[in-house]
Design a protein around this ligand. Sequence first.
Ligand code: ADP
Ligand code: MG
Length: 322
Amino acid sequence: TVLADQIAAGEVVERPASVVKELVENAVDAHATTIDVLVDEAGLKTIQIVDDGDGISDDDVELAFSRHATSKITSREDLFRVHSLGFRGEALPSIASVADVWLKTATGKGAGSEVHIKGGELVSHTAGQSRPGTEVTVSDLFFNTPARLKYLKSPQTELANIVDMVNRIALGHPDVAFSLTHNGRELLRTAGRGDVQQVIAGIYGVQTARKMVAISGEDADFKLTGYVSLPELTRASRNYISILINGRYIKNFQLTKALIKGYGSKLMVGRYPLAVLNLTMDPFLVDVNVHPTKQEVRLSKEAQLGDLIDKAVYNRLAQENL
Ligand code: ADP
Ligand code: MG
């Protein structure tokens, strides 16, 4: 029902940045190599995501808007071995229940589809584009849930959240070419050539990227690659630390602490490094079912992973005679 979708939306879709996150993750899951994010008025007017991924077949396109109708999980075991970013089948129905959504999609086989859903109700479903890929346009977010609208912060803050979200997804997927445009102004463009340092340069600037060094580490369970700043380059907040597990941006206090521990006494009090840590592991070791937004995760062998990060940073700085 629309009401159930709106309740789910309360958890999945907190703000414009959550819409951007869910739609961009869907594009990544659909193997897109190019993802363009176009936002107007900090996402309150429109959010448009254009990808060149697999597309959705005409038979499935309405199903994609019904709750728990995910194409990504087919068994109970899958729930504990999540390879894709999405898997709950909640994002599209949630978003469509609180906004005006147009979805144009094509798989490259046969004609494409165009679906218009507003406030959870199907307005139209017609034949559409045939270029493979998907284009989702979300307008008038929260038009029917005024309480949500009131809860939003200033446009600058909402935009900052969107920028932050796209930056972090781009850092986790250097092989995908991302762009982010706000009110016609381009804020980010990545090349999609698999070079994390190029993505870092696109986000934080070339000078900053040059002051970061590659780290890596591996044990029986985990593989770590990434870039960290030398202690001369720090920031006053932890916000410049991005940790990604199997391409998903996550928040984890213990891992952040381990990263900082690797710097030992080389960081001044109240200063934090810039860092991008890309971790790969068997999905079995990470439980993403803690919260619908999947940002908080529970890790098996968290202490072991912390040690790996700590040592990788420590050893890399030692190489610089630090
Ligand atoms: P989930 O990602 O958890 O499966 P969503 O509600 O985000 O659920 O999406 C529902 C389904 O719609 C997905 O499982 C997928 O099959 C399809 N889908 C959504 N967005 C795209 C996209 N950009 N390209 C291809 N398929 C998509
Ligand atoms: Mg999804």
